[in-house]
Design a protein around this ligand. Structure first.
Ligand code: HEC
Ligand code: HEC
Ligand code: HEC
Ligand code: HEC
Ligand code: HEC
Ligand code: HEC
Length: 438
């Protein structure tokens, strides 16, 4: 009996194993199929994650300014480019496109003319391997196109994570929660009233109550008397005074604070389009962030790197041409140039000193921490309140980014000897008046 049972178990186990094995086999065949069929395509495009990740990094650093995988930007969509051209051609074109074009390669010449003779930059400093990695990334993106839905949910997740990280409840939720609590309180009050009236009615019908209890039951709640009592009036006056006092103080604190300031700009320039959809690096336009105090607003010449060719008929782009006194037929610039008058949004008073490169380059802080999700804004809006309290709060809470920064090595050692907390900005003088005030 027992033996049969054990035998049964073993056969079942073996069956499961066999099932699993064949399943793995099917999966691996499915998985490797693209790899087999790839052999017919020229050259070897790696498909391992490391190459793809390396390619992605290079692509985003150097190419997204002009290319996207799935759509035309300044240059063509690069989807399937490894099928249009072979690897050696792509490598030589990326290294020096002008050389390929001037050699008379008919494909390159046709492409060059199709793109109004826009010159692609030379990347002769890239190695063959680096370029092959870019192609690996392009192939990966071609095979697995990102769905907008996935991206959106990723964004939502990131947003949620941010809210958790900041450790606070967003104010709109707070209001909703308070309103919810109020509704619950009113319902509880209603139910209590109902219970009281039912009980009173029940007790009134009862005859065998003593006198005291009868009096209590007969007693009515006298609202008129309650509202005119001095205790109630005193409480109300106190509450009113407290609310008024707090709003005056709050009002005073916001003098000169321009949070959520969102002026209309002279040209309908959209970060959602440029930095979001086309993923142009912030650095490409705000050229100072990494190396100086000011981030800089780009000059119209930077716009012309692209708008010399794209959307030349748009009335908004015509404003750029006007500022540069540019004639799009002759493609020449005239003498009557004047800067575009962008409306400044973020502006600290002159008494405060703030330096971008210190925060972005040395501190490793993302633009979004201070400026919000700029890449989703059609019109830029001031995200933080830029008060002294805001600067100080962050300096109290933020760890100094000391990794790989020799400048801090000794300081970290000294700090760790006397203190078990991480080195914060406040420990390096981030709360000293003279660091921020001239
Ligand atoms: C300044 C803009 C610009 C940058 C930056 C740029 N490209 Fe291009 N690229 C172009 C243009 C424009 C073309 C179309 C051909 C021409 O006009 O020379 C092109 C064409 C190509 C082609 C041929 C596409 C086809 O359909 O056959 C490849 C491949 C290519 N680029 C790869 C790259 C890679 C890889 C990078 C980054 C390392 C890069 N490009 C960076 C503008 C650019
Ligand atoms: C194609 C060029 C371009 C790119 C890319 C770009 N910006 Fe801008 N940015 C501008 C221009 C032009 C303005 C001025 C007009 C405006 O406010 O919209 C500006 C304004 C701003 C301002 C407000 C400046 C003020 O007046 O206080 C901030 C903050 C900003 N950008 C941050 C970013 C961040 C962060 C990124 C990257 C995610 C980025 N920008 C990418 C061109 C660009
Ligand atoms: C790296 C390339 C690039 C740069 C630099 C660039 N743009 Fe653009 N811009 C684009 C692309 C791509 C589009 C969208 C084209 C489309 O929708 O077909 C666009 C669209 C626009 C539009 C929308 C116009 C319309 O009629 O819909 C405006 C306005 C604009 N850009 C202004 C600017 C300004 C101002 C600058 C300089 C601060 C600038 N752009 C710099 C690539 C660029
Ligand atoms: C630690 C917070 C912080 C970070 C991080 C930060 N900024 Fe700023 N940014 C500010 C403050 C504060 C101002 C106002 C400066 C002033 O008025 O002197 C400002 C102003 C600006 C301006 C207006 C023009 C100027 O040069 O002052 C631009 C553009 C800008 N930031 C872009 C960026 C970009 C792009 C990044 C990311 C690469 C970035 N910022 C990262 C706090 C920050
Ligand atoms: C999001 C966090 C954050 C905000 C907001 C912030 N800072 Fe900082 N700040 C840092 C970090 C991190 C460092 C340290 C950078 C480093 O390693 O040198 C720093 C360093 C500094 C320093 C140099 C301190 C020193 O001892 O070397 C000054 C000055 C400064 N910040 C000014 C400001 C001002 C002014 C504001 C507000 C307008 C501000 N910061 C807002 C994070 C922040
Ligand atoms: C991390 C940077 C930072 C430090 C440290 C700092 N401040 Fe400030 N302070 C600011 C900024 C930014 C403003 C402007 C805020 C605004 O416009 O609302 C400011 C505003 C002020 C103002 C208000 C000026 C006015 O006209 O409204 C006074 C006063 C002041 N600071 C004094 C001090 C003193 C005293 C200390 C040292 C105990 C100090 N601050 C340390 C960044 C700093």
């Amino acid at each position: 009996m027992v033996k049969k049972f054990i035998n049964d178990r073993i056969t079942r186990l073996l069956q499961i194993k066999a099932l699993k094995l064949s399943f793995t086999l099917i999966l691996s065949v499915l998985y490797f199929q693209p790899a087999f069929s790839q052999e017919s395509s020229p050259g070897d495009i790696p498909s391992d994650e490391a190459s793809i990740a390396a390619g992605k990094a290079t692509f985003q650093e150097l190419c997204t300014v002009c290319h996207a995988v799935d759509k035309r930007v300044v240059g063509p969509a690069l989807m399937n480019v490894y099928e249009r051209r072979d690897l050696p051609w792509i490598i030589s074109f990326v290294k020096n496109s002008q050389k390929v074009i001037s050699s008379g390669d008919p494909y390159a010449v046709a492409l060059y003319n199709e793109y109004n003779k826009t010159q692609m930059s030379n990347f002769d400093y890239l190695s063959d391997e680096e370029i092959i990695n870019i192609v690996a990334y392009i192939k990966h993106e071609t095979d697995n196109p990102a769905t907008p839905q996935a991206a959106a949910s990723e964004d939502a997740a990131a947003g949620g994570a941010e809210a958790v990280e900041q450790g606070g409840i967003p104010s709109q939720y707070l209001t909703a929660i308070l309103a919810g609590l109020l509704v619950i309180l009113v319902i509880i009050l209603g139910v209590l009233m109902l219970i009281i009236s039912v009980l009173t009615k029940y007790l009134k019908d009862k005859k065998d109550l003593d006198e005291e209890s009868q009096e209590l039951v007969a007693q009515k709640l006298d609202f008129g008397k309650f509202f005119t009592s001095s205790g109630f009036l005193g409480l109300m006056i106190f509450l009113f005074a407290a609310v008024a006092f707090k709003s005056v103080i709050d009002g005073l604190y916001t003098v000169g604070v321009q949070q959520n300031y969102e002026p209309t700009q002279p040209i309908a320039f959209s970060h959602a389009l440029h930095a979001g959809e086309y993923e142009i690096d912030c650095n490409y336009c705000h050229t100072g962030v990494m190396k100086s105090k000011n981030a800089n607003i780009p000059s119209a010449n930077i716009c012309m790197n692209c708008h010399g060719q794209i959307l030349t008929e748009s009335p908004e782009i015509a404003k750029i041409y006007k500022a540069l006194d540019y004639d799009k037929r002759t493609q020449t610039y005239g003498p009557n140039q004047k800067p575009i008058e962008w409306v400044r949004i973020h502006n600290l008073p002159d008494l405060a000193y703030f330096n971008h490169s210190q925060h972005v380059k040395v501190g490793g802080i993302e633009c979004q921490t201070c400026h919000g999700e700029i890449q989703e804004m059609t019109v830029v809006k001031q995200h933080a309140n830029l008060t002294m309290g805001w600067c100080i709060d962050c300096h109290r809470q933020t760890d100094v980014n000391t990794v790989g920064n020799k400048y801090y090595d000794q300081l970290v050692e000294l700090h760790e000897a006397s203190n078990k907390n991480q080195l914060k900005v406040k420990d390096i003088g981030g709360l000293e008046c003279s660091k921020c005030h001239y």
